[in-house]
Design a protein around this ligand. Structure first.
Ligand SMILES: O=C(O)CNC(=O)[C@H](CS)NC(=O)CCC(=O)C(=O)O
Length: 272
């Protein structure tokens, strides 16, 4: 059974796509040099800035991000997740899209975020993602990555909706991708708890690339990109600086945990 290294990258993305692509490549190269086979970039890896600028850049970013992922996957021979980038979706709207690309540059899976972050936080900051983002039309896919494992996609705020991950696990996901740009405010209390819960209840690995630090305006993100094993143990934590969290992913370990803790098989038919 397969065992490999997975890396969750952590960036402080800015409103400057060139700087962001350069920072992302540096970390992809570092992860590859350390032996990673599966590498994840966070949500908004190519652009963190205001809505007007994001909408203006969306056609360019959509094309550049897809091309960047293909080029990087081939150049560094890794399976690469782009954890969220804008794709034009009609007047004044984008999708928030993730793409998973194989090491030969082939598109393995694509997902448009379905849960949008429309929240008023107690710190006075209001988020209205739906003002400029259109929700995806389909639940996220599960894809078999040749030689690695079956991977389920999701993005950021999705982590608060356990039914999404139950569906991924039911479709055979062995590793859950949860790339994020979590707010510092919610992150301090919710981020790690939610991620560990998703790992434990689905007895699955969680790979959670993250944004960290101060971006534009008052936007501050939580950091702590994590790799979590199917028991819920945090295997690697990137802290608060740009960098990476890297750990082995071992399908034999997952099979053992699932045999010892068969909760996925004990789901009550009345509840699904
Ligand atoms: O704000 C930005 O510029 C970047 N953030 C994002 O793109 C997205 C949508 S606004 N952030 C989240 O989903 C945070 C979720 C979250 O933090 C939670 O669920 O607590």
């Amino acid at each position: 059974m397969s065992s490999f290294l997975a890396a969750a990258l952590q960036l402080t993305s800015t409103p400057d796509p060139d700087a962001n692509f350069a920072a992302a490549e540096e970390l992809i190269e570092l992860a590859a040099r350390r032996g990673a086979d599966l590498v994840g970039l966070p949500e908004n890896f190519a652009f963190m800035g205001d809505d007007a600028r994001r909408l203006e850049l969306a056609p360019l970013l959509a094309e550049r991000c897809s091309r960047f992922l293909v080029t990087m996957a081939r150049r560094y021979q890794v399976t690469l997740l782009g954890g969220g980038f804008p794709v034009p979706a009609g007047e004044g709207q984008t999708f928030n899209r993730a793409e998973l690309v194989g090491r030969e540059g082939q598109l393995l899976a694509r997902y448009d975020k379905i849960h949008l972050f429309d929240v008023d936080l107690p710190d006075g900051i209001t988020y209205r993602e739906s003002a400029t983002v259109q929700p995806g039309h389909e639940p996220p896919p599960v894809v078999d990555v040749p030689g690695l494992c079956r991977v389920g996609l999701s993005i950021c705020y999705d982590v608060r909706f356990p039914e999404l991950y139950r569906q991924l696990a039911g479709s055979g996901a062995q590793l859950l991708m949860i790339p994020a740009a979590f707010t510092a405010y919610t992150g301090k209390d919710h981020w790690q708890v939610l991620l560990q819960a998703r790992a434990i209840e689905n007895t699955a690995y969680v790979l959670a690339p993250a944004q960290t630090g101060l971006h534009y305006g008052r936007r501050q993100t939580h950091g702590h990109a994590l790799v979590i094993d199917p028991w819920g143990t945090v295997m690697a934590d990137a802290g608060v600086e740009p960098g990476l969290a890297m750990a082995p992913v071992d399908m034999a370990h997952e099979a053992r945990v699932r045999a010892q803790m068969p909760s996925l098989q004990h789901r009550h038919p009345a509840l699904f």
